[in-house]
Design a protein around this ligand. Sequence first.
Ligand code: KG4
Ligand code: ZN
Length: 345
Amino acid sequence: MSIIILGIESSCDDTSAAVLKDGFELSNVIANQDVHKEYGGVVPELASRAHQQNIIPVVDLAIKKARISKKEINAVAFTRGPGLLGSLLVGASFAKGFSISNNIPIIDVNHLHGHILVHFIKEIGKEKKMPSFPFLCLLVSGGHSQIVLVQDYLSMQILGQTIDDAAGEAFDKCAKVMGFPYPGGPVIDKLARDGNPHAFKFNKPRIDGLNYSFSGFKTSFLYFFRNMMKEDRNFVENFKNDICASIQFTIIDILLEKLILAAKQTGIHEIAIAGGVSANSGLRETLHKEAVKRGWKLYIPEIKYTTDNAAMIAITGFYKFIVKKFASQTVVPVPRIENIQDTYF
Ligand code: KG4
Ligand code: ZN
């Protein structure tokens, strides 16, 4: 019997629904929310309202694009957290209603778990190289930076993580300081392509082990920015490519140092990346070079699977469905990861 999963993702500012059949993507619809652009960041109340408007048409479209009938769906998987409470509530409430009205199980998914399992989403007519277990995944998003030891689809261990800001936050905050639109990561990525990565030097953290820290770098950038702007009001305008290339170089350098250490400590050479920041072209390029140098087998997701999407929730739901890890109707969203470690694994 085939297994068809409807996935729902609504943790931040994208409303997404996807249908997967036996791990093959039949549809993956994402509605972005433009309302936040003028505020320089996601406004939680506006995000929640936009999810409420988007959720039904997005699910409807995902089912139509998949060319299946609602009756064929075996389970509905939704993001339980981490994320914004008001946003998570929309997806969770919808999933509960859908499960009751169609008399199918409901599956709660940790958003971060979903990011990692994008490597197992299959596409009809496409060959895909999938990591073999165990592998290391550098998970870098707007809210998290972790090195995860992935032992199996449902068995993972966080080896290191940020003790303050995430890598995506570092990109976004530097961009905001310079007056670039939100999210700043892709803007910096684009400008960095024509810049000199060694033009400016910023602080790098000195932390033992496999944990990350980006707050020192962020502060060092802020002071640098203020000093330079005092001397030259057009500093950003005149040097934007070099500034962005230097920011990007520093963030990648910080990320790579600990990833290399994790590979050495574990002896694992299967290396994957995931999360919004894994779309960064500099990071992808640097990883390719490191992989050749170090004999790593590298797994980089297609750009469409780097940022938030429901296919990643559906694929995680698929593997939980196989072992019947269902949630009850009393399940509630959990905005902070610390409280849902058990559903991560
Ligand atoms: O995974 P994601 O879509 O949402 C979270 O779960 O946080 O990640 C969003 C983050 C934002 O910080 C955004 O600036 C960053 O990913 N991002 C990038 C790029 N594309 C998205 N950062 C650097 N370079 C990019 N090309
Ligand atoms: Zn995400």
